[in-house]
Design a protein. Structure first.
Length: 147
């Protein structure tokens, strides 16, 4: 049985984080400039309350997944809510429960911080991931608009 560890990102994780995040961005048919990689990783390790947090998932010591999330104010609640921005599992680890474990760890952290909710977005065509999301969260009727 595979040994799974999910833990906060460390500075030494940067090369593997970059590999996983680049694969995630490729999946969504996008890319970012080098300065965004640098800035994002610095923020993931930062201690500003506005900074993102990051988790990395290791399977038998090998990085196979990541998630980025942040806490922010909400106009309808007193407590901060948690936005799970990025979630990625390498193709060879999909179907193993790793995505669920990453989300559940974000849920645990949100509960620990008193956040009443965790939410995220995905694209309609992300059908495989949506099968998981439909089991562990509630789809909402909101439609996202962007400028």
């Amino acid at each position: 049985m595979a040994q799974i560890e999910i833990r906060p990102l460390r500075a030494s994780d940067e090369p593997e984080w970059r590999r996983l995040w680049a694969d995630y961005l490729t999946f969504y048919e996008t890319s970012v400039p080098e300065e965004v990689y640098r800035s994002s990783f610095e923020r993931l390790l930062g201690d500003d309350p506005q900074d993102f947090s990051g988790l990395i998932a290791l399977v038998d010591g090998r990085p196979m997944g990541l998630t980025h999330f942040l806490f922010h104010r909400h106009g309808w609640k007193i407590e901060n809510v948690c936005y799970l921005q990025d979630l990625y599992v390498a193709p060879e680890a999909r179907g193993t429960g790793l995505g669920r474990k990453l989300i559940e760890e974000v849920y645990r952290i949100a509960d620990e911080k008193g956040a009443p909710g965790v939410y995220w977005l995905t694209q309609e065509f992300n059908t495989t991931a949506r099968q998981l999301y439909d089991r562990i969260a509630k789809v909402t009727p909101f439609i996202r608009y962007s400028r």
